[in-house]
Design a protein around this ligand. Structure first.
Ligand code: 13P
Length: 373
């Protein structure tokens, strides 16, 4: 019998590397399975300091660190939230805060809800490209991801912004943002954190549904091209995108059916089937309309990816307006959040109607009838 040749140092390192890689992959798969649980979506509560400052200022709530903590505590301690919400995206400041004496990620984990973190540092003007933006935050990101993982985060988010205007978006702006998103996604996966890749095509403007579809398709094609070139594992990420909509100032607002058809046509053309899930942002739509459109999209037919929501404003608006900084209104604000979360959960099953707005006893904001064509 021949003695097997001793394992060389190089072979042992390769084995160790692939064992470590397998562990990282299975951690990301567990995170994805939890985030994509049927009937559940993601609460985006990751407003940066300037953004939460604006939201608070509109309601005359002072934007102190303690008020921001109390508000996020209200959101994440809503009883029963985990029936409809699988994950919460936090801001850096919040991930360092405690609620009820324990770190927020631990409190979420107990529910269980998966804690995530926004890791981009916001947008700046793209030099030489008037009206266009690039997102910053890659410098030092590897070290920050390591810290966020130690603080309990299991997924990350990076938002890029594409505006539609007379002669924008430019090809350069789309490419630059796509490349940045891909570098973020590669670093996240290296750290074992599931990246949410978010190229948001803004709804501001008077453009048509068709123009939004064209820009969203081009953007997604570019983003997936960049993800491919950066060797990002499509199986281990989520895409966060806007629905395909008429611009907010377009005189002709597309019907629910037209929005659902354009959104799905665009996603089917541009998003590989290997991607496990697509989550929608609300982008400034009113909460009820965002839920109606989500319902129309989810009811429209089979797709190769999981579909869900990752709303910020459309989940929080009524809760924040109910709370207004007053501890006495906490329970009512939590009821408002739970109501919206439940409505959006129904929408994922294609079972939402406007009647759900009045049946729960929660504060309901009936918006002007939605134009049907
Ligand atoms: P909105 O749903 O308010 O657009 O926010 C979602 C989000 O996370 C934007 O990055």
């Amino acid at each position: 019998m021949t003695t097997p040749a001793p394992v060389t140092h190089a072979e042992q390192s390769a084995t160790n590397r692939s064992t470590a890689q397998a562990k990282i992959s299975s951690a990301m798969e567990a995170t994805l399975a939890a985030l994509l649980a049927p009937g559940k979506g993601i609460l985006a509560a990751d407003e940066s300091l300037p953004t939460i400052g604006k939201r608070f200022a509109a309601l005359k709530i002072p934007s102190t660190e303690e008020n921001r903590r109390a508000y996020r505590e209200l959101l994440v301690t809503t009883l029963g939230l985990n029936q409809f919400i699988s994950g919460v995206i936090l801001f850096d400041e919040t991930l360092h805060q405690k609620i009820g004496g324990i770190p927020i990620a631990e409190a979420l984990g107990q529910q269980p809800i998966v804690p995530g973190i926004k890791v981009d540092k916001g947008t700046i003007a793209l030099a030489n490209f008037t009206g266009e933006k690039i997102t910053e935050g890659l410098d030092g990101l590897r070290e920050r991801l390591d810290e966020y993982r130690k603080l309990g985060a299991r997924f990350t988010k990076w938002r890029s912004v594409i505006a539609i205007g007379k002669s924008i978006p430019s090809h350069r702006c789309i490419e630059e943002n796509a490349d940045t998103l891909a570098r973020f996604a590669a670093l996240s996966q290296e750290a074992g954190l599931v990246p949410i890749v978010e190229p948001e095509v803004l709804m501001d403007g008077s453009h048509t549904l068709g123009r939004c579809e064209e820009v969203t398709c081009t953007t997604l094609e570019c983003v997936f091209g960049a993800l491919f070139e950066h060797q990002v594992a499509l199986e281990h990420l989520l895409l966060k995108t806007g629905m395909v909509l008429s611009g907010s100032k377009c005189p002709e607002q597309a019907s629910l059916t037209a929005v659902a058809e354009a959104t799905l046509r665009c996603l089917r053309r541009a998003v590989p089937a290997a991607v496990p899930g697509i989550v929608f942002l609300s982008g400034g739509q009113s909460d009820v309309v965002a839920t109606e459109r989500l319902n129309a999209i989810c009811a429209a037919g089979a797709v190769p990816w999981g579909l869900s929501f990752s709303f910020g404003r459309a989940l929080q608006d009524s809760a924040l307006k109910t709370w207004k900084g007053s501890p006495a209104s906490t329970a009512a604000a939590q009821a408002a959040l739970l109501h919206r979360a439940e409505c959006n959960s129904l929408a994922l099953h294609g079972k939402y109607t406007r009647e759900n707005e009045t049946s729960s006893g929660a504060p309901s904001e009936l918006l002007p009838a939605y134009e049907q064509k």
